[in-house]
Ligand binder design. Sequence first.
Ligand code: NBP
Length: 476
Amino acid sequence: TSAQIGVTGLAVMGRNLARNFARNGYSVAVHNRTVSRTRALVEEFGHEGAFVAAETAKDFVAALERPRRLVVMVKAGEPTDAVIEEFAPLLEPGDMIIDGGNAHFADTRRRERELREHGIHFVGTGISGGEEGALHGPSIMPGGSVESYGSLGPMLEKISAKAADGAPCVTHVGPDGAGHFVKMVHNGIEYADMQLIGEAYQLLRDVAGYSPAQIADIFRTWNTGRLDSYLIEITAEVLSHVDAGGKPFVDVVVDQAEQKGTGRWTVQIALDLGVPVSGIAEAVFARSLSGHAALREASRGLAGPKPTPLAESEAAAFADRVEQALYASKIVSYTQGFHEIAAGSEEYGWDIDLGEVASIWRGGCIIRAAFLDRIRTAYDARSDLPSLLSDETFAREIAAAQDDWREVLVAATRQGVPTPGFAAALAYYDALRAERLPAALTQGQRDFFGAHTYRRVDREGAFHTLWGGDRSEVPA
Ligand code: NBP
């Protein structure tokens, strides 16, 4: 028997992805380091399709039709290299290794380069949607060669999520590490979305005085409008959940958020590329701050206002303002994330189509949302859009939201409710709008202490002022 595709690494993601291929009519070879997982998969789900269980790497490779398509779904990092080392010597030119793990795109670039020398296509592929997505249709972000996509694309299109208009949520993102880069930024945006939702919740709780169940209803209402998204939907589910003792679930969970690293990478790489992703950075820092239990404990007694909830009559109007603030901040997060993708694409020569990225995030992935269709439309109308904020529709929406956005931040500041995401987003917006920034003063300081020179608004060239002397200006 020859299988059309193989999956090695059969933990939750790999198992469900293999089942997804099988349910879509593909014959799938399955393999896992620990053989019991392979056996369990075939025993439990063998009836779903054509599986070929392989216990050794050699059998696995032998089971695949050529050119071979070998999907690796193991823990990112060293395990991925170990698996490549094990399988690459068994492969032939033209074969493909598809890494569906959450690899760092720099690792993907290295692996792609190394395997290309042996004629093997290494396809770093971002996959989003968690276990459910892997089974029912994830959003898939493959990088690698155009040639590999020709062979692999139709299969991925079949198993992927479909957007509301039926378009598959997969595209060839770009060469080598482009797919994993885009997946990384997807996760960064996901962090920002979650942080903004968290801030909205906290404001509705502390400033508006609503209970978790009432806030769940508010989110449900928001989910019927422009904020319609998976994350808003599950937020309502989490907020309305009560534990076995009848307490709101959100009140009994330790308030320390964990992270696996893709949000942090998004910020690290943005720093390297010089892209201001302040909203995403605040989201990563907010998780980090929440985890500093001792520091928080030591700081509990610090002075500050205690939030006093609004009168019931004012709460609903405030909730509407929070919706505006959340929406405006969300536009800024996506603006920043897409800027990072554009910058990465430029730096690495990937030629990424930003409209296509928005398009394949419309379904399957964690940030799936009606909103992404609007982003796609914006880039389709103008592929050289300098920023999402330059899109007329988004600019108009922010213009309409901004008074409320500012009011919400005033209330948050006055009442001492931390809103780093909302605040960073507004500061970014105001900084971009500003006629003049204090960066001119920064340049003066740099020239003063380090003779770093500056440019003038009224003349070409670089200049230096003799700060320690007669303060005359000299050309640099
Ligand atoms: P894990 O990330 O928990 O990895 C477990 C798998 O890796 C098992 O199959 C294990 O084999 C295998 N493995 C390890 Br660990 N070291 C190995 C080695 N040296 N050689 C061969 N195999 C090795 O599984 P997961 O949660 O299913 O995630 C798989 C990938 O998908 C990860 O890269 C993850 O970041 C990514 N991802 C996960 C999600 C999600 O929602 N979980 C979403 C999107 C992407 P064993 O059975 O023999 O120990």
